[in-house]
Ligand binder design. Structure first.
Ligand code: DCP
Ligand code: MG
Length: 455
């Protein structure tokens, strides 16, 4: 058997590379389910196997149509394919949550508007999302991994990092990964892809190299051959904005990024972001696994029925915003969590998504408190366009007991202790974009008075 050789490579121009002690070699697996929502749907609609299928949002029309078909045919698997809803029939503003691989061949995929997708693949079958069902399958596949005694970092509904550093060789890790794929398939009838690498950054890229049912290895030895030819956007953390800026600098591939000079990048991206970009291009990532089953954040968001004007639709928006905060508070209370960070997300009519967040020391799950902090974030948006989507997220979660026992007591004025930051978000990847807070006299006018903190 070959010994694992996955030790972090030296950083270019990094003085720390001269240090004598080597970090302990790690072996990390990134496991990602294949076309997750679509695959879960195929389990109950086997007649759609191999066809172009997209899962949309919670369209009432589609759900009613499916209920009628179920009543008519008796069982979901008996429904004639010809009778099922098609993308071309869809009218509305919903987006694709996922598309089957057959549908992706038409150039459609997650995040694309359903009506736009209909122009590319009008005959694709369209199903409404059933999030409760996807969460159940998510629990099941993660349970299979945990039942094998493996430590995992939960990264969301269909992906986890697994620590395989205990494996004596790469071959052993590969065998274990194959076995995991089989066990997950046996338990759920769903397939997944796994990437094996010395760190999370490379493991995440590796799991995407051979989908579906892939098992890929990405070590420092193969960076030149496997990592460098890829476009910079494949680095998890390089969003469309950064990718566009890099392209303007003539940097398209990860190899070009690796060959670029730190001081050149720093003129455009700032110091730590530039350092991160160079490190990432060399496959360097020392982030530890966060081996907790705790949720990292809880969020609520809604795509508005129509694009709303921040001023003219102020009352309606205020009501929707308050409702989101109340729903978020209920979610936190059900999970017995308090939060110390609130973030507000706004997508405008040009699909540009921005977030503003605020952190505070007095953890809370009180709806009025959440609304108060969310309003503080709201004040810092420029509001120069109509609004398409509105979201509120709670992060910095702690359990209620932990906070009660915490030595940090309530501050006399919890509204003066917020720390603010902001970002532009694209495809879920955040890019820091600091700027001065902009005071705005909009929806905060509707803000209810915060109640006394409950802790
Ligand atoms: N998802 C979503 N909205 C997005 C992206 C994804 O609701 N913009 C949901 C649907 C996906 C699931 O999350 O099924 C997992 O996302 P992935 O990016 O892992 O995509 P898939 O699992 O669908 O496909 P792949 O096989 O490429 O992983
Ligand atoms: Mg997936």
């Amino acid at each position: 058997m070959r010994e694992i050789s996955l030790i972090e490579g030296p950083k270019p121009g990094d003085v720390e590379a001269t240090r004598t002690e080597k970090p302990a070699p790690r072996l990390i697996a990134h496991l990602d389910m294949d076309a997750f929502f679509a695959s879960v749907e195929l389990l109950r609609f086997p007649q759609l196997q191999g066809l172009a299928l997209v899962v949309g949002g919670r369209s009432k029309t589609i759900m009613q149509q499916m209920q009628q078909l179920q009543a008519q045919y008796g069982a979901l698997e008996s429904i004639a394919v010809a009778q099922m809803p098609r993308l071309r029939q869809y009218q509305g503003r919903g987006v694709i949550t996922t598309a089957s691989y057959a549908a992706r061949a038409f150039g459609i995929g997650s995040g694309m508007g359903l009506m736009k997708a209909a122009t590319r693949c009008p005959d694709a079958i369209l199903l409404a999302a059933d999030f409760e069902r996807y969460r159940e399958y998510s629990r099941r596949f993660k349970a299979v991994i945990r039942d094998q005694g493996l430590s995992l970092e939960d990264r969301g509904i269909d992906e986890v990092y697994i620590d395989l550093s205990h494996c004596a060789s790469l071959e052993q890790a590969q065998a274990l990964s194959r076995q995991l794929q089989s066990s997950i398939f046996e338990a759920t009838r769903l397939s997944c892809s796994i990437g094996l690498a010395p760190n999370k950054l490379l493991a995440k890229i590796a799991s995407d190299l051979r989908k579906p049912k892939g098992l890929s290895i990405l070590t420092h030895a193969s960076i030149e051959e496997q990592l460098w030819p890829l476009p910079v956007s494949r680095l998890h953390g390089v969003g469309p904005r950064t990718a566009t800026k890099l392209l303007a600098l003539g940097i398209n591939t990860i190899a070009e990024l690796a060959a670029s000079r730190l001081d050149d990048l720093q003129r455009h991206f700032g110091s730590s972001h530039s350092r991160w970009l160079i490190d990432a291009s060399w496959g360097i990532d020392e982030r530890p696994l966060v081996l907790s089953s705790e949720p990292l954040s809880i969020s609520r968001e809604t795509t508005l029925e129509r694009d709303m004007h921040p001023k003219q639709d102020r009352r309606e928006l205020g009501g929707i915003f308050t409702q989101l905060c109340h729903q978020l508070a209920t979610d936190l209370q059900h999970k017995e969590r308090l939060c110390r960070v609130i973030s507000v997300k706004i997508r405008n009519d040009q699909f540009k998504t921005s977030t503003r967040d605020v952190s505070f020391t007095q953890a809370t799950n009180d709806p009025a408190q959440l609304r108060h902090w969310a309003s503080q974030c709201l004040k810092r948006f420029p509001f120069d366009r109509r609004i398409r989507l509105l979201g509120v997220k709670a992060a910095g979660l702690t359990s209620k007991q932990l906070v009660t026992a915490s030595p940090v007591g309530p501050k006399s004025d919890p509204h003066c202790e917020g720390m603010y930051s902001e970002s532009l978000v694209a495809n879920g990847l955040e890019q820091s974009q600091p700027s001065a807070p902009v005071q705005h006299p909009l929806w905060p006018e509707l803000e209810p008075e915060p109640t006394t903190p409950e802790v």
